[in-house]
Design a protein around this ligand. Structure first.
Ligand SMILES: [Zn+2]
Ligand SMILES: [Zn+2]
Length: 371
């Protein structure tokens, strides 16, 4: 293992995760005692027990807390001892910051230690029924992915959002003992390449061959297409799938003329469709395969690794895998873990040549929970 200290900024230790942005009102509570603090005056405006819900709305240019008063904000919900704060009945570790946006709406940010954030992410991105070594691999790539994306929503006032745009994060609801164990046993570990955080893309199932990562004509040496003999798992319904789409549906979806046939025009080195040719009565149209997938729905066309057979009225897709196919294959990681491979071997297989290292945070950040 190579140890290099990466130039990660100090405020990386506590993440700001955007939970809501632009809602008209919220309801807060907690699993036990909590304080509400108005950051404008730095005063505790309420100390209460969690079972009661408090509505917060925007009113007269401030944040109106039902039965308490109207405040400039932002308002911090700080649970006392080990309680979890709740927004709209969903529980989160750390603190919750409620603020008013410029257009008189409400934004909620979860201020949370990165390791505690990962408890929620790993449980949201991978099933807790997966083996521990696969979950440990997931924890490391989720940690790396989060740290690499800290500036993603900087303009909005937080680091990451809680959807798959960044990584799915469902708060404390997604936690379980095996998930917290996977995060704890890999604490501070990340993947790096050439002194920088690696691009740790991952997906559900590659269908037998991972996809090459090409961005603006450039690839990453550790994100090449490779055969994956591990995801053809008895319980994996995404390994192979069939989907029929009628020409009529395609005409509506892509606004074309009457379609006479549709076929794959170009493939990448992994066999995934790159472009699709739509032949119509009036002429031909070529569309990007990823566009085809997003238009028809990611759950319907699970990947771009498919064949196309026309049946006169429509097209039958016989496909493999689920997701973009780049980087770690989660079902493959499960297969590897069940075959006895460790998390290091799993990561080495899907990201060959990357280094596993501990990330260093500036110590002074510890304990500064309001940052
Ligand atoms: Zn995002
Ligand atoms: Zn695979």
């Amino acid at each position: 293992m190579i140890m290099i200290l990466l130039p990660i900024t100090a405020n990386a230790f506590l993440l700001r995760v955007g939970l809501k942005n632009g809602v008209s009102g919220i309801v807060v509570s907690a699993t036990s005692y909590f304080d509400l603090i108005d950051m404008h005056t730095n005063q505790v405006i309420l100390t209460t027990y969690g079972w009661r819900n408090y509505k917060i709305d925007v009113e007269n240019g401030g944040l109106a807390v039902e039965g308490v008063g109207t405040f400039q904000g932002p308002i911090i919900l700080a649970p006392i001892s080990n309680a979890f704060g709740k927004v709209d009945n969903k529980a989160y570790r750390g603190k919750l910051e409620i603020s008013r946006t410029n257009n008189a709406r409400i934004m909620v940010v979860n201020i949370i230690d990165i390791e505690e954030y990962l408890y929620g992410v790993v449980g949201s991105e991978m099933s807790s029924s997966f083996p521990l070594e696969a979950l440990k691999a997931q924890a490391i790539i989720a940690r790396t992915f989060a740290l690499a994306g800290l500036k993603k929503h900087q303009d909005k006032g937080y680091n990451l959002c809680s959807t798959t745009c960044c990584q799915a994060y469902n708060g404390a609801l997604a936690e379980s003992l095996i998930i917290t164990t996977a995060v704890d046993q890999t604490q501070s570990l990340v993947l790096s390449y050439g002194g920088n955080l690696a691009k740790t893309y991952y997906h559900s199932c590659c269908g037998g061959k991972t996809a090459p990562f090409i961005w603006k004509g450039q690839g990453e040496p550790y994100l090449q297409s490779k055969n994956c003999p591990f995801c053809n798992h008895l319980r994996n319904s995404s390994y192979s799938w069939t989907q029929r789409i009628s020409f009529y549906e395609l005409q509506k979806a892509f606004g074309t003329d009457k379609i006479t046939s549709i076929s794959i025009n170009a493939q990448d080195e992994s066999g995934r469709a790159k472009t699709i040719l739509i032949c119509q009565v009036s002429g031909n149209t070529t569309i990007d395969a990823n566009k085809f997938r997003s238009t028809m729905g990611y759950t319907r066309v699970k990947s771009t690794l498919f064949t196309m057979d026309n049946d006169g009225q429509g097209v039958v897709l016989n496909g493999n895998g689920y997701g973009h196919g780049v980087g770690l294959c989660q079902w493959g990681a499960r297969g590897m873990a069940e075959a006895g491979y460790t998390f290091k071997e799993i990561l080495g297989f899907y990201y060959p040549g990357v280094c596993l290292q501990k990330i260093a945070f500036e110590k002074k950040m510890r304990g500064r929970q309001d940052e």
